[in-house]
Design a protein around this ligand. Structure first.
Ligand SMILES: NC(=O)c1ccc[n+]([C@@H]2O[C@H](COP(=O)([O-])OP(=O)(O)OC[C@H]3O[C@@H](n4cnc5c(N)ncnc54)[C@H](O)[C@@H]3O)[C@@H](O)[C@H]2O)c1
Length: 436
């Protein structure tokens, strides 16, 4: 019999820790393991290693049900189910090296064990085909066990957004479970049933189907984003248009829906760019060209250049950028449109001043003294003749005419988030409508 009341959870990063603590909160005993010893020490002392909405409460609620270790022997001795949620992002592209290394670490101990069965549940995003081509053969080779005899394999991809990870885990639109056989499927389904609060549909799939489901969902969403961005750029060329009036209308059509159809900046973060690449690569490996995804990716790259061109059109030497991560409520700066803008402006010799409520330290680590940092929205706004509002944060709405500092002081609102009626002193401009 397989022990189900305690699991091991490998990878306590931006997704892993919120999910591990959600399991613990749901009554499952969790042994959390991460190769990052500093992280394990912080967690063992009850400290929060990074910001994520609701994580502090989750950690408190999970208290007593979650322990931390970096020893794989304990994983095999004390649990028969391991969830693996390590990173599959290196720089801007996909890599499975961490998944393979986590699998190998488990296998080294599993090989020595005489237990009947161990269930591997992978949750990291993977390139479709990797599970059957790489991970299962790796486990068989490392342990001498056969799939569905000495071990099982399930794949449960995550459909969550940084900044609302816990809420999204607890209220998913659907749960997708790929499994190597009925036994693995049943155990995985039972285990995950403690997470959602909203009774979502559960799709029981093959491993290959679940892999494709994960990347095709993001590949589809980026098509919507790039379509809206293209529409936004078109509106910038046409008199008497504002892209929101168009996307708000078409988003009411149920076949389209209002989500992710707002013109603005390029998509970024850890998932969209990488999953688009994975989808294109997956198609290529089957001698097919993922033409929509290639086009969406191209439009996304053009979006960064479009922003640069618009910023340059104001011909200002000093530029302030408000909001630096790839989306609000997240400190992640990977593939962020603001970061790319700053890099482009620096390359042109411009002076850049920034503010962000969550990610200033990471930005400082990246740019050092090449740019100026401010501690408040007001200081940032007052620093430069052109102020780019790149993210939607409530505190940016505090910008008001009293803060006008230069004869010509321009606000460029990338998401049309501020109320333009508040400004008579500042010159208010936004993307998605004719600018000049
Ligand atoms: N971040 C998102 O928005 C998001 C959304 C959906 C899916 N995903 C996927 O979830 C996965 C995890 O993403 P993340 O953002 O949590 O990554 P992360 O980089 O924040 O965390 C990964 C953690 O795994 C640990 N790790 C790496 N190799 C290990 C090993 N061999 N043994 C133990 N620990 C190891 C790292 O130390 C790190 O703490 C990725 O595949 C990602 O694509 C992420």
């Amino acid at each position: 019999m397989i022990r189900k009341n305690k699991i091991s959870f490998i990878g306590l990063g931006k997704l892993g820790l919120p999910l591990a603590t959600t399991f613990a909160k749901g009554g499952v005993e969790v042994m959390g393991i991460d190769k990052n010893k500093t992280l394990i020490n912080l967690l063992s002392n009850g400290e929060l290693p990074f910001y994520e909405t609701g994580l502090r409460t989750n950690l408190n609620d999970a208290n007593g049900k979650i322990t931390y270790t970096h020893k794989y022997k304990e994983v095999i001795d004390e649990t028969d189910i391991s969830i693996i949620l390590v990173n599959t992002q290196i720089g801007q592209s996909y890599s499975s090296i961490y998944v393979k290394s986590a699998i190998k670490d488990v296998c080294q101990e599993l090989k020595k064990s005489d237990k009947e069965y161990h269930l591997f549940i992978l949750s990291s995003t993977v390139l479709p085909g990797d599970i059957h081509n790489d991970f299962i053969p790796l486990i068989e080779k490392e342990t001498g066990r056969k799939l569905n005899e000495g071990f099982g394999f399930s794949y449960v991809p995550d459909f969550v957004k940084l900044g609302s990870v816990i809420k999204d885990f607890e209220n998913p639109d659907m749960v997708v479970i790929g499994a190597s056989n009925e036994f693995s499927n049943t155990i995985t389904k039972d285990l995950y049933s403690c997470i959602p609060k909203n009774n979502p549909p559960v799709f029981e799939q093959t491993l290959a189907e679940a892999e494709i489901t994960k990347v095709s969902l993001n590949a589809y969403i980026v098509n919507k984003i790039s379509f809206a961005n293209f529409l936004s750029n078109l509106c910038e060329k046409v008199d008497d248009t504002n892209v929101d009036n168009i996307t708000d209308a078409i988003g009411c059509d149920k076949r389209i829906s209002p989500y992710f159809i707002k013109g603005g900046l390029s998509f970024g973060g850890t998932c969209f760019p990488r999953d688009t690449w994975a989808f294109i690569e997956f198609a290529k490996r089957h001698n097919m060209e993922a033409k929509q995804s290639i086009a969406s990716d191209d439009i996304n790259k053009e979006q960064d250049l479009n922003l640069l061109e618009i910023v340059n059109s104001f011909d200002k030497e000093n530029v302030a950028v408000l909001g630096l991560s790839f989306k609000p409520d997240s400190p992640v700066i990977i593939e962020s449109a603001s970061i790319k803008l700053i890099e482009n402006l620096l390359a042109e010799g411009k002076k850049v001043t920034v503010y962000d409520p969550l990610c200033l330290e990471d930005v400082r680590g990246k740019f050092g003294n090449k740019i100026e940092y401010t501690d408040s929205v007001e200081d940032c706004v007052r620093s430069s003749e052109l102020v780019v509002v790149a993210l939607q944060y409530q505190e940016f709405k505090e910008i008001n005419d009293d803060w006008k500092t230069f004869d010509e002081h321009i606000i460029l609102d990338c998401w049309r988030y501020l109320d333009r009626n508040n400004f008579s002193e500042f010159e208010y401009k936004c993307l998605g409508e004719k600018i000049l």
